[in-house]
Design a protein around this ligand. Structure first.
Ligand code: GDP
Ligand code: IMO
Ligand code: MG
Length: 445
């Protein structure tokens, strides 16, 4: 008998990351008992703002600021223990309680300092053709996981096991760093000592989160799965090789948490009313003019993790439709509408011209995708303030028109509309599956 059907909602990034997932998860968090990250690592930076508080969460799920929620770091993540401890310390310093409300999967993989060194060295060696990674060791750690020499949290917290596994792996990494890149790294003994000290501090958080989630779902608990990055950075369906190394879509929630597909009730993608991308890779609607500069400034488009300036462009409906098709969306959350308040004209790419052909699918080859020229539909700007508006009726008619056209073009309903970074700067649009489900789910205690 399947007793777990339908108690999980997945929130994913619908573009190239930084769509506002942190805001959305924090906002709807009280309708859930559990919030779980399922992939990625501290390449993510999820912003949560309320009152005078401002958090940039990296590994800790964005339910942490709400009391009564159990936050889970799932098996699908790669975790740098130093980064996780620093994040917990920062949260506590800001008055956020972190204790029994956080669990770390015993099956999550450990990022070693040499993973980050290899990440940086490879990027440097690629020179002009680099991916523009966050240099956190994410790709190399997933590589180690896939080649089956990885160290998991369950190994980290057992000193003998950790030393036995870490010594050969670190020695191998250091040899590669020296031989191919002329680099030295921290000594094997120093790293082992540092990581064993981290392990002692992390031990209280470690749990068999797979069993925990399965048990809680079977008992009727409501689970919010928090994606990191976005579908266009997915290792299979993104703009390969300019992607991250994990599965960012809803499928990743099942593998990265150990829950069955039948547990998923609803999939929601967060998308900006325009598009941003950090790092290299194709971006057909990218703006290199003063419009792009204005949107970057108004949207404060600078990386949450690296501080890098984000590339900015118009909303790309080819990308959005790809996300809808890949993820079977029940609803979209559209963020940062307010950032377009000053624009005379607002554009949406509905197709591309590639090598003389009109296409509505993303080319598999990134060099072909680089040559894609957007085919735009144009809309008159509303030229009035939507920032902070919290009711649909208060929106200027042209903003409502843009929204209706966007829904029609991408073939999905907008369930929430965000008009600012804070919780209250949000419009809930009735009549979508998310809205219905949030109504069914009584707020958690
Ligand atoms: P995430 O990685 O998807 O969680 O997104 P980030 O936190 O990296 O980036 C989103 C940024 O936009 C953050 O600085 C948020 O505070 C901010 N933000 C979220 N929603 C809105 C909105 O509707 N309007 C504006 N102006 N800012 C927003
Ligand atoms: P959140 O969860 C935006 C990008 C990097 C780079 C590529 C690979 O905050 O939306 P990696 O370090 O993962 O190997 O880098 O992916 N990238 C992100 N871009 N938001 C993110 O996370 C990202 N995480 C990784 O810029 O292009
Ligand atoms: Mg981010």
């Amino acid at each position: 008998m399947n007793t777990t059907r339908g108690n999980a909602v997945v929130v994913i990034g619908g573009q190239w990351g930084d769509e506002g997932k942190g805001k959305v998860v924090d906002l709807i968090g009280p309708s859930f008992d559990l919030v779980a990250r399922y992939q990625g690592g501290h390449n993510a930076g999820h912003t949560v703002r309320f009152g005078d508080k401002h958090f940039a969460l990296r590994l800790v799920p964005s339910g942490i600021c709400r009391p009564g929620i159990l936050n889970v770091i799932g098996n699908g993540l790669v975790v740098d223990p130093r980064a996780l401890l620093a994040e917990i310390a920062d949260l506590r310093k800001e008055g956020v309680a972190v204790g029994d409300n956080l669990k770390l999967s015993d099956r999550a993989h450990v990022i070693l300092p040499t993973h980050a060194l290899l990440d940086g060295a490879r990027e440097k060696a690629l020179a002009g053709a680099n991916i523009g990674t966050t240099s956190r060791g994410i790709g190399p750690a997933y590589e180690t996981k896939a080649n089956r020499t990885g160290i998991r949290v369950v190994d980290l917290v057992d000193p003998d096991r950790f030393v036995a596994l870490a010594r050969p792996l670190l020695t191998h990494h250091l040899a590669v760093l020296t031989h191919f890149y002329g680099l030295t790294g921290p000594s094997v003994d120093d790293t082992i000592a540092e990581y064993l000290a981290c392990a002692r501090q992390l031990a209280p958080f470690v749990a068999d989160t797979r069993a925990l989630l399965q048990q809680r779902l079977a008992a009727g608990a409501r689970l919010l799965c928090e994606g990191a990055q976005g579908v266009m950075l997915d290792v299979d369906h993104g703009t390969y090789p300019f992607v991250t190394s994990s599965s960012c879509g809803p499928g990743g929630a099942c593998t990265g948490l150990g829950i069955p597909p039948s547990a998923l009730r609803c999939v929601v993608a967060v998308m900006k009313a325009y598009t941003t991308r950090v790092g290299s890779g194709p971006f057909p609607t990218e703006l290199h003019d003063e419009t792009g500069e204005r949107i970057r400034t108004r949207g404060n488009e600078f990386g949450t993790v690296t501080g890098r300036s984000r590339r900015v462009g118009w909303f790309d409906a080819v990308v959005a439709r790809t996300t809808v098709a890949l993820s079977g969306l029940d609803a979209v959350v559209l963020t940062k509408l307010d950032v377009l308040d000053e624009e005379d004209e607002i554009r949406i790419a509905v197709a591309y011209e590639v090598d003389g052909q009109t296409v509505t699918e993303i080319p598999a080859r990134s060099d072909r995708y680089e040559r894609a020229k957007p085919v735009y539909r144009s809309f008159p700007g509303w030229k009035s303030i939507t920032a902070g508006i919290d009711s649909f009726d208060a929106l200027p008619p042209r903003a409502r028109g843009y929204l209706a056209a966007l829904e029609e073009i991408i073939g999905a309903r907008v369930a929430l509309l965000s008009t600012g970074p804070r919780r209250e700067e949000t419009i809930v649009l009735p009549g979508t599956p998310l809205d219905e489900w949030l109504k069914l789910a009584a707020p958690a205690a």
